[in-house]
Design a protein around this ligand. Structure first.
Ligand code: FES
Ligand code: FES
Length: 294
């Protein structure tokens, strides 16, 4: 590698030498009087028909350059040569490590114990009335277990960090963000996804209300919205309060009979709809609440 680097540096130095010598050519632009040197001490050089390479004895003091300034003095030529040589040397040193890149040898991994594969854990839970016995990495989320290992794609992955609610499912009747829930933590539990709400061809009342109210556009958030609405209605029936409840000290302060739109919005606030179908989502849930009044 060092030999190659030295060869490269020598080549660049030779090249710099030639380039420096080239500055002593009288350029064709010299024929243009505007570009010629006006210094009386440096009379214009007659263009020569000779295009052979420069000779070492060509006087640099008599040559002119395109911008009309005087040609190089001996000091100027020396300075230019110094700059070229320094540049070539620096370039050579910088390029040297790359010359033999293809010759690099891969160093074998030192002997030692084999790398450990990720551990797996057995877990068992019920999804939509069917029992699943899975052996998974304990870090797998419930969302990934449902989608990637069980094959239920109805539950959507939106943000994967608990901010959008697209992954909402019911675990033991309570709504959860499945992207924030480890599958292992559901061992022995009952999980219901959007696929498990309908019974056969009959839609769940919340699904029917969403359809009737056209409470979706692209539908990406809809499985999460529907599961969340099912859980939310159950929470109201169970007397749970929310930040919008006017009096949290009175038991039964909120019932489906008197639930307000503000209360519905607050309780559904964990489910984002990028299409902005909120008005119809609230209307669908209000329809269900009104039916409860009958
Ligand atoms: S994907 Fe779970 S909250 Fe967004
Ligand atoms: S319907 Fe498109 S995100 Fe809600």
């Amino acid at each position: 590698m060092r030999r190659n680097a030295a060869r490269l540096i020598a080549f660049l130095l030779r090249l710099a030498d030639r380039v420096d010598g080239g500055s002593r050519y009288v350029l064709p632009a010299m024929e243009n009087p505007d570009l010629s040197c006006t210094d009386a001490a440096h009379p214009p050089v007659e263009p020569s028909a000779d295009t052979s390479p420069p000779t070492a004895d060509l006087p640099t003091e008599r040559a002119c350059v395109v911008d009309g300034a005087c040609a190089l003095t001996a000091d100027g030529a020396s300075r230019r040569r110094f700059l070229f040589e320094t540049g070539a040397l620096t370039t050579g040193l910088a390029a040297a490590p790359y010359l033999n890149a293809q010759e690099r040898v891969t160093v074998p991994r030192p002997a030692g114990p084999p790398l450990r594969s990720a551990s797996v854990t057995r877990m068992k839970f019920e999804v939509n009335g069917r029992s699943y016995d899975l052996t998974l990495d304990p870090r797998v989320t419930l969302l990934d277990a449902l989608r990637e290992h069980i094959g239920l794609m109805g539950t959507k992955k939106g943000c994967d960090r608990g901010q959008c609610g697209a992954c909402t499912v019911l675990v033991n009747g309570r709504r959860v963000n499945s992207c924030l829930t480890l599958a292992l933590s559901c061992d022995g539990y009952k999980v219901v996804t959007v696929e498990g709400l309908a019974s056969g061809e009959t839609l769940h009342p919340v699904q029917a209300a969403f359809l009737a109210r056209d409470a979706f556009q692209c539908g990406y958030c809809t499985p999460g919205q529907i599961c969340s609405a099912v859980g939310m209605l159950q929470e109201v029936r169970a007397d749970s309060v929310s930040a919008a409840t006017p009096d949290v000290r009175t038991r039964g302060a909120v019932t489906l009979r008197q639930i307000s739109d503000d209360e519905i919005r607050e309780r559904m606030s964990g489910n984002i709809c990028r299409c902005g179908a909120y008005v119809n989502i609230v209307a669908a849930i209000r329809d269900l609440a009104e039916r409860e009044r009958l």
